[in-house]
Design a protein around this ligand. Structure first.
Ligand code: FAD
Length: 507
């Protein structure tokens, strides 16, 4: 006899920012019949509303939910992103692009960067970025989607840069359309089971009670359930990532070209972002309040913006780190309620997306939660945060800058053992720690190490078996093929207009 169908689990999402609506839409769409999703949000509190740059993984999320990419891009005024241009990080006046794509390819089982290092040691190598299609296209302000086959035209990916104030409402409309129930109001009380301590209901200001079996805390930095109610401890990483404020200010586009990448420029007490959208430019100075004041940061971003300001600078305050556990009792934290690592590599929305993915994979089969599922979720989320944390710290630590107190601090600070080991592996022989889960694989680490002037003592000895002139010839051919390919791509702005016109025609 087959088991009687279980009633869907009652899921209550607290918070209607990016994390809340992504969670609600994700659960409603991908767990049909298993989750009955309600969402509470308060217009009085509002959302963070920054977070304009993403990683390529978001495309998988949009696609799995069945959202049309072109419609999504139009609604959020999005542009395409091929990577991040880092300026002045390793040394003042130097820059490199961290691409969403590879550099060359392995030859005879030896990673491309070793061949490049071999030539470089003999003064025969060109700029590493010339061997990456994503970097070359970004530098030329060109864009076309990858071919999706095994050719050179598929050696890169892309993400979106969008207006964060429009992304939430877009996901809200989508969520409401697939059956998410929305409650507007302020949660002022949390009811819990006297024996288990599990949350049983949230009480709104007007007296409404919203009951549930599983609660997802997407209440932003307030962390109403996980932090305030359950007292889940915060692991503070300020000693490794001292930036704890941002001054954000949108402005108009100064030039006609819309760049298919984000720019991160190192500043005396942090760095500033420039994110091109279709209709405006996002700007912000992420800074350490122990090294500069809020007023000074606002003044800096005002004078650094290329276009006309569209608003006054807005200060956002945060503490880098994460909750010790993201899932406690029957409360799962997603988004800022569970942790925040500054936006240097645009990882926050990715971290929310991964938490949603893991929650779906480990979704309780009934009202009782198996602690092993909870532990596994927490292990996976920790792994994601640790990987991102180490990679971010590398950008600060791998520098020769000594022109400000901030850079002197990050250059000389002690880094986590996990990062120290990775850097040692690289320094000795140009090796990258291998892992298959989490963010940032070989090409990312190579981009930052070499881009910031961290060269290994030696490279793979197998490269000496090849004739340097032949290696040089092969690299030259690759460079030319990439350049030809890029020349055939449309300008990024033209591609955006073409897609938008196609959508209008289809409509
Ligand atoms: C300076 C800065 C730059 C960033 N840049 C990027 C970036 O480039 N890329 C990226 O991926 N991420 C970025 N982020 C992170 C990104 O903004 C967040 O991950 C994203 O906005 C998710 O926020 P959230 O939904 O968790 O929280 P919020 O947007 O704060 O939403 C919280 C929600 O909870 C509700 N709420 C809270 N308390 C209550 C209550 N008591 N009752 C009812 N409702 C309540 C609020 O109404 C709101 O709807 C950046 C963040 C900052 C601070």
């Amino acid at each position: 006899m087959s088991e009687p169908a279980r009633p869907p689990l009652r899921v209550v999402v607290l918070g209607g920012g990016t994390a809340g609506w992504m969670t609600a839409a994700g659960l409603a769409r991908l767990l049909p019949g298993m989750a009955n999703v309600q969402l509470i949000e308060s217009e009085d509190i509002g959302i963070v509303g920054v977070g304009e740059a993403t990683l390529p993984h978001i495309r998988g999320f949009v696609e799995r939910l069945g959202i049309d990419e072109a419609a999504f891009m139009r609604a959020t005024h999005a542009t395409y992103k091929l990577g991040i241009d880092f300026r002045d990080f390793g040394r003042l006046g130097e820059s490199y692009i961290h691409p969403f794509g590879s550099f060359g390819e392995e030859v005879a089982g030896v990673g491309f960067h070793h061949w490049w290092l071999q030539l470089q040691s003999q003064g025969m190598a060109g700029d590493l970025g010339n061997y990456s299609l994503a970097v070359a296209a970004a530098r030329a302000d060109r864009f076309a989607p990858p071919a999706g086959d095994a050719s050179l035209a598929s050696t890169y990916g892309y993400a979106y840069q969008f207006d964060a104030t429009l992304f939430g409402p877009f996901m809200r409309d989508f969520g409401l359309g697939i059956g998410v129930a929305r409650h507007e109001g302020l949660v002022i009380e949390v009811e819990r089971d006297a024996q288990t301590g599990d949350v049983t209901a949230l009480v709104l200001e007007d007296g409404r009670r919203i009951e549930g079996d599983l609660f997802v805390d997407c209440s932003g930095f307030r962390s109403v359930l996980l932090g305030q109610e359950l007292g889940e401890e915060w692991e503070d990483w300020t000693h490794w990532l001292p930036c704890d404020r941002a001054a954000a200010m949108p402005c108009t586009h100064a030039t006609g070209a819309i760049r298919p990448y984000t720019t991160a420029t190192a500043m005396p007490a942090g760095w500033r972002w420039r994110i091109p959208l279709q209709h405006r430019m996002g700007n912000g100075y992420v800074f350490a309040s122990s090294f500069t004041s809020e007023d000074e940061a606002c003044e800096t971003i005002r004078s650094a913006a290329d276009g006309e300001p569209l608003a006054d600078p807005r200060i956002l305050r945060f503490r880098p780190g994460r909750r010790r556990r993201s899932w406690s009792h029957n409360v799962v934290g997603v988004g800022l309620a569970s942790g925040f690592l500054e936006p240097l590599e645009s990882t926050s929305i990715y971290l929310a997306q991964m938490a949603i993915t893991y929650l779906i994979e480990l979704f309780p089969e009934g009202p009782g939660i198996d602690p092993r599922d909870r532990n596994e979720f927490n292990r996976l989320v920790d792994m994601e945060y640790d990987r991102v944390r180490d990679f971010l710290i590398l950008h600060y630590h791998a520098t020769t800058r000594d022109d400000s107190d901030f850079w002197n601090h990050v250059r000389t600070m002690t880094v986590p053992d996990s990062l120290a080991d990775k850097m040692e592996l690289w320094r000795r022989a140009g090796r990258i720690e291998k892992y298959s889960d989490g963010l940032f694989y070989d090409a990312s680490w190579i981009a930052v190490y070499l881009g910031q002037g961290v060269f290994p003592e030696r490279h793979d000895p197998r490269t000496s078996l090849a004739d340097p002139a032949r290696v040089e010839g092969a690299l030259e051919r690759l460079k030319r093929t990439i350049a030809d390919h890029v020349a055939a791509m449309p300008a990024h702005a033209d591609y955006l207009h073409r897609e938008s016109a196609r959508l209008a025609e289809e409509a």
